[in-house]
Design a protein around this ligand. Structure first.
Ligand SMILES: [Fe+2]
Length: 296
């Protein structure tokens, strides 16, 4: 009889501080999968009619959830804030999430069917190998002049919140870029420099990003506004530091997801887990859909 020994992976949160720092140093000083594949830190690609499909779904859900009276009531999503109460727009200061965005933690079959179509599009046109993908896409609705908007900016890389470095970030707007989207990213070189300044201690970096205003202002000088046009998606190396920032005149709606090549997942020696309230595990059937891109 043959027995195979399945070695349990060490959880990222069980590493000692020095081990964590060494890991982060390694992540930021060796080329990533993204970098090797695309030879750059971010790329923008046209993704055809998908923004229109997501936008239609969003308006339908806004009506079904009785946030909008009827689909014709809205000329454009950039003015959605005019239909929302202050309570819907206000951010929870701790996590920077507003009530209107929480309505989309749960979508429905129709919305998810569009999402799976989009995943198949990515498989064909972006990453030509199977990948795990975020089970529920993150839909964000940012409104101008919302209460507690001083939560932002809150600079971070998703890795600094516990995500695997082998992930790739994908972000796209469902609203037009009216001067800006209220989203900033930092180059990989500057992101590396910042982490080096903190001796690769993520906890110190995050603590300063939240509580040290001069440091946050310094990050403003190193980052750029994202100007990805409606109809395009932005993919970036997960090591790049980024943040949302308050809007003043229009509503920004965007979707962000993370994908992880199956080949990379199989080589991972650690179990990654979110450091937030929900302690999300970055594994299939948890954060990621239980089926990868080729089985949906
Ligand atoms: Fe992020």
């Amino acid at each position: 009889m043959h027995f195979s020994i399945i070695k349990k992976k060490t959880n990222i949160n069980d590493l000692l501080l020095e081990e964590k720092k060494l890991l982060v140093k390694n992540i930021y000083t060796t080329p990533s999968y993204f970098q090797n594949l695309f030879n750059q830190e971010s790329i923008e690609i046209d993704f055809q009619h998908y923004p229109d499909l997501f936008r239609e779904e969003l308006v339908r859900l806004l009506c079904e959830k009785e946030i909008l009276p009827h689909t014709e009531s809205l000329n454009n999503l950039e003015t959605l804030h005019e239909f929302l109460s202050d309570e819907m727009k206000a951010y929870n200061f701790d996590d920077g999430v507003n009530k209107i965005s929480t309505y989309f933690y749960d979508t429905d079959e129709n919305f998810l069917n569009i999402y799976y179509q989009f995943i198949r599009f990515l498989r064909k046109n972006f990453l030509r190998e199977p990948f795990w993908f975020q089970a529920t896409p993150t839909l964000r609705i940012h409104c101008p002049n919302a209460k507690n908007n001083h939560h932002y900016p809150r600079y971070h890389s998703d890795i600094s919140y516990g995500h695997p470095p082998e992930e790739m970030n994908i972000w796209f707007p469902l609203t037009k870029c009216l001067n800006k989207h209220g989203f900033r990213t930092m180059s990989l070189a500057h992101s590396k420099k910042i982490l080096e300044q903190f001796d690769y201690n993520f906890a110190d970096f995050i603590d300063n990003a939240i509580h040290n205003k001069p440091f946050s202002n310094y990050c403003d000088t190193l980052s750029q506004i994202v100007t990805t046009e409606y109809g395009k998606m932005l993919a970036f190396d997960s090591r790049c530091i980024h943040t949302g920032e308050p809007l003043t005149s229009h509503t920004r709606i965007s979707i962000d997801i993370r994908i992880l090549p199956v080949s990379q997942y199989e080589n991972m020696h650690l179990q990654y887990q979110g450091s937030g309230r929900r302690k999300v595990i970055f594994e299939p059937g948890h954060c990621y859909h239980q089926e990868h891109s080729d089985n949906i």
